[in-house]
Structure formats: structure tokens, C-alpha cells
Design a protein around this ligand. Structure first.
Ligand SMILES: [Zn+2]
Length: 119
């Protein structure tokens, strides 16, 4: 069973008590099927397409703007980045959808920034 980070909602493999490889916090525990997990981060122009496909596949998801509303207004919505979260029980299914949709582009969540990505 992978671990789950309560701070940034990402899942990763590792022994109990391991620090989150993304945010370096120790607020990690074993993941539960109903935990909302980070799926991917996409530019605004792609987020609508991904949302449509997830809806078609009956995968509930949550979207979160990466930047605050003030910055989005200044830069315009096209520069906004959207984070997608899904329940852990549907994470694998959602990940394969993301992979088939975006296989040509370089995903920002392809690997952990510190390089010791164990997934
Ligand atoms: Zn984290």
C-alpha cells in the first residue's frame, strides 16, 4: 500500500514515516481508497479537455487553480495552471487516461524533483 501525503495529496511508495518526496514533509500515512490524490497539473487550455474525458469515464475529480485568482486575472486565464485530484481508488484509471491524452507532451509529474521517485 503506497503512502499518502496529507500536505500535497500525492502518493508514493516507501517505508512508513518516509518524507514526502515532493514537499519534504513528514505528514504521510497509508493511502485510503477515498483519499483525494494529486493526478496531474495542466495548463488551462488542456484542463477542459481532461475534465471532459474524466466526466465521460465517470471518474469524479476536483480541480484547483495553481495560482491565486489575482494573478490569474493579471495574466489571463490561458496562463493559468489547473491541478486535478481524484480518489485513490480511481487514480490508476485516471492516470492511464492522462497518459493517453498527453503522451506527446512532457508531464510535470513525470518524476520527483529530487530524482528518487520510487513509483
Ligand atoms: Zn507532500
Amino acid at each position: 500500500m503506497p503512502l499518502y501525503c496529507e500536505v500535497c495529496s500525492r502518493t508514493f511508495d516507501g517505508p512508513d514515516g518516509k518524507r514526502c518526496p515532493w514537499c519534504r514533509r513528514r505528514r504521510t500515512r497509508h493511502v485510503e481508497p477515498d483519499d483525494l490524490c494529486f493526478l496531474t497539473e495542466r495548463e488551462y487550455i488542456w484542463s477542459g479537455m481532461l475534465a471532459d474525458v474524466l466526466t465521460q469515464e465517470n471518474i469524479p475529480f476536483m480541480q484547483k487553480n495553481v495560482y491565486g485568482a489575482g494573478l490569474a486575472l493579471k495574466m489571463g486565464p490561458t496562463h493559468e495552471r489547473i491541478r486535478f485530484y481524484v480518489f485513490y481508488k480511481q487514480l490508476a484509471e485516471a492516470e492511464s487516461i492522462v497518459e493517453s491524452l498527453f503522451s506527446a507532451s512532457d508531464g510535470v509529474n513525470a518524476s520527483a524533483p529530487n530524482g528518487d521517485n520510487a513509483q
